[in-house]
Design a protein around this ligand. Structure first.
Ligand SMILES: NC(=O)c1ccc[n+]([C@@H]2O[C@H](COP(=O)([O-])OP(=O)(O)OC[C@H]3O[C@@H](n4cnc5c(N)ncnc54)[C@H](OP(=O)(O)O)[C@@H]3O)[C@@H](O)[C@H]2O)c1
Length: 273
């Protein structure tokens, strides 16, 4: 468990992008029963109904789960944030979202930063949101948001994996007591292509996916692998038990390959690296 502000976050979460309908309800409810307690969705995934149904089906008490959703770029205004949150809660069938993210630091957000941040702060005061999260924020975007926001920002969700290690961003977030939530922790499905992970996996009798997740956790970041395959869900949850040694971590830290898989040319900011 990782403590940030008054929030206790699990070491690993569950991504849900692309999962919708009965198959996903079944998989996500099993994931929650298995032990996943940090669930990630977004307005733009159009699956909040599925995620809400999976939480109910799991039978796990709501208060034991940290649920995160996101406000998308076309709702970055005072009223837009409120409207989007209301819609999220309705679709989820819940009274509160624990973390609500600003999904991208898009120009619609930049233009109306103060009003957008005030809307989030008020929704927290009203008990509809637990905490503000940011996503895809660069170092500069983070500093600007901290300067304008009257509460603690708890997480920045960005792409991070062995081919995009985010060393400078991690350090900056650490200095500001913000946790990094790693999306695409399994390189969007290409995790078996990394020779260093395969080698370390053999040594630990684990899978390359588990080694990637264990390495991300060793950096104090929280991976949110997506899966609707039961064996993968188990694999991912159990990665918490893998103890990488110094040599393993050094080997992954030393990987020179750099690749960003998130390809959103219009909405992406000018990245730090
Ligand atoms: N904030 C943002 O802008 C942003 C952007 C993108 C994504 N995200 C979040 O990040 C989450 C993760 O991203 P993602 O789903 O695209 O990428 P990912 O988690 O890196 O990779 C998912 C892929 O890996 C497979 N997989 C899962 N577990 C595996 C295992 N143990 N061994 C081998 N393969 C495995 C999955 O297939 P199976 O389903 O068959 O297991 C799926 O094809 C999303 O669901 C979303 O919540 C956020």
């Amino acid at each position: 468990m990782l403590k940030i502000s008054d929030l206790i976050l699990p070491k690993i979460g569950l991504g849900t992008m692309g999962g919708r309908g009965n198959k996903a309800i079944e998989a996500y409810s099993k994931a929650i029963k298995m032990g996943f307690r940090f669930i990630d969705t977004a307005r733009i995934y159009f699956n909040e109904k599925t995620v809400g149904a999976a939480i109910k089906k799991s039978g796990v008490p709501r208060e034991e789960i940290i649920l995160a959703s996101k406000v998308f770029i076309w709702n970055f205004s005072y009223n837009g944030v409120r409207k989007s949150t209301k819609k999220s809660l309705k679709k989820l069938g819940l009274a509160k979202v624990d973390i609500m993210y600003i999904h991208w630091p898009f120009k619609t957000y930049k233009k109306r930063k103060e009003k957008v941040l005030r809307a989030f702060s008020e929704l927290i005061d009203e008990g509809k949101i637990g905490h503000l999260g940011i996503s895809n924020f660069t170092i500069n975007d983070i500093d600007e948001a901290i300067a304008k926001y009257d509460k603690q920002i708890v997480v920045n969700q960005v792409e991070m994996h062995p081919w995009l290690q985010q060393k400078a961003l991690l350090e900056h977030l650490d200095n500001n007591k913000i946790k990094l939530v790693s999306y695409f922790p399994l390189m969007h499905g290409r995790i078996n292509e990394v020779p260093e992970l395969k080698e370390i996996a053999q040594k630990h009798k684990a899978s390359p996916a588990q080694i990637s997740l264990a390495w991300i956790m060793s950096k104090g970041a929280i991976p949110i692998p997506k899966s609707t395959t039961l064996s993968h869900l188990k694999d991912n949850f159990e990665s918490q038990n893998i103890q990488l040694d110094e040599e393993d971590i050094k080997k992954i830290d030393g990987i020179n390959e750099v690749k960003r898989f998130a390809d959103f040319p219009i909405i992406a900011p000018e990245w730090d690296d």
